[in-house]
Design a protein around this ligand. Structure first.
Ligand code: ATP
Ligand code: LTN
Length: 334
């Protein structure tokens, strides 16, 4: 890591195949940052167990997520990409910071409210303290910027609160991070229900496009996407389905909304949806190819995991040991 570059940290949960929402809201933006910043990207597997996982499938999904990081263009020699559960400092700092976080703050988190509604049979304490673990991820690396989608903004705010609170008590221990939210693709909505965000753990697979979906599947999901009773391709709050498709189209092609509206000014929804599907298929094709190449390269992936875990652990330990000292824990006798 070069000392003069700012630090970027982010993560994605291995809770399923990466969606077009994750790609446009997060991964695609990350690939543009790797030269200018020192970037760390974790596979947030500790966060994932806030919802029950089937062990074999979980392990496979986590491995595939790392391969998708690489396939979208994140260079594992430049960026530090690793599993959160391999770096024990995350869980340790999370306990410490949970003692500097108030119940009231956590109760206000919309993700907690949403997830506890969705998993009403398993509202566990981890789901509640999820933002503290996320704050620990970020603060461990003295992060300057956190590129995430709009849905994570609130978690960033609480991270800053916790860091400021800690710093006030103990001096400048943590860098105060800022959210870094891309404009295009910041929030991709579910195709069948554009009032909610596209989410990789959604049970209705017609709501999501996985970046590994085949061209046929992608085309058919766009064909089924909800629009409205008009037949006018226009960005508008009262046209959430069409607006979402336009947003996707612009994000993958690089066109502005005005350009896209003009392009489809005399098209019906059928043609419009087909064009959106085709643009997405074209964008994902090279990613899918790279992913399949990586599937045949087990040793390479293993070596990435080993090296990057070591790099992350070293940095994480620097902050954690400082935190422990400041708090007044008794030093180990060597
Ligand atoms: P889950 O379904 O398990 O909650 P998710 O698909 O919502 O997963 P996360 O792992 O929580 O995704 O998020 C990974 C990254 O993708 C985050 O930076 C998040 O802001 C971004 N992201 C997630 N969903 C969307 C979306 N629909 N639009 C834009 N960005 C998104
Ligand atoms: N909670 C995030 C994933 C995540 C993350 C992080 C993002 C875990 N740790 C640290 C940014 C920084 C999510 O669900 N998108």
């Amino acid at each position: 890591m070069s000392e003069d570059k700012k630090i970027i940290f982010s993560g994605i949960q291995p809770s399923g195949f990466v969606t077009l929402g994750n790609y446009l809201g997060a991964l695609n933006n990350w690939t543009k940052l790797q030269d200018e910043y020192n970037c760390l990207y974790c596979i947030a597997d500790l966060h994932t167990i806030t919802v029950r996982q089937e062990p074999a499938k979980f392990r496979k999904t986590a491995r595939e997520l790392l391969m998708q990081y690489i396939a979208v263009g994140l260079d594992p020699e430049i960026n530090i990409m690793y599993y959160q559960s391999h770096v024990h400092q995350h869980a340790e700092l999370s306990w410490i910071l949970s003692c500097f976080t108030y119940m009231g703050e956590l109760q206000r988190m919309t993700q907690f409210k949403e997830k506890s509604q969705k998993h009403s049979d398993n509202i566990n304490a981890g789901l509640f303290t999820y933002p503290v673990l996320m704050a620990s991820d970020i603060l461990l690396y003295q992060t300057d910027l956190v590129p995430v989608g709009e849905d994570q903004r609130q978690h960033l705010e609480i991270t800053r609160e916790i860091a400021n609170r800690f710093n006030k008590l103990y001096g400048d221990v943590f860098k105060i991070p800022e959210a870094y939210i891309g404009k295009v693709g910041a929030r991709v909505m579910a195709l069948q229900d554009p009032a909610k965000k596209m989410s990789k753990s959604d049970e209705n697979k017609n709501n999501t496009i996985a970046i590994m979906d085949s061209p046929d599947v992608i085309m058919s999901k766009f064909k089924k996407a909800v629009t409205d009773s008009e037949n006018e391709v226009r960005m508008s709050e009262d046209k959430p389905g069409v607006s979402n498709l336009l947003n996707i189209y612009c994000a993958v092609t690089g066109y502005t909304v005005e350009q896209a509206e003009k392009e489809f000014s005399s098209s019906g929804y059928g043609d419009f949806k087909k064009a959106v599907g085709e643009a997405v298929v074209a964008k994902l094709e090279p990613i899918q190819k790279k992913f399949h190449d990586l599937e045949n390269n087990k040793d390479y992936i293993d070596s990435i995991i080993k090296n990057n875990t070591e790099r992350a652990s070293y940095l994480a330990e620097r902050t954690l040991s400082k935190v422990k000292k400041k708090i007044g824990f008794t030093p180990k006798v060597r």
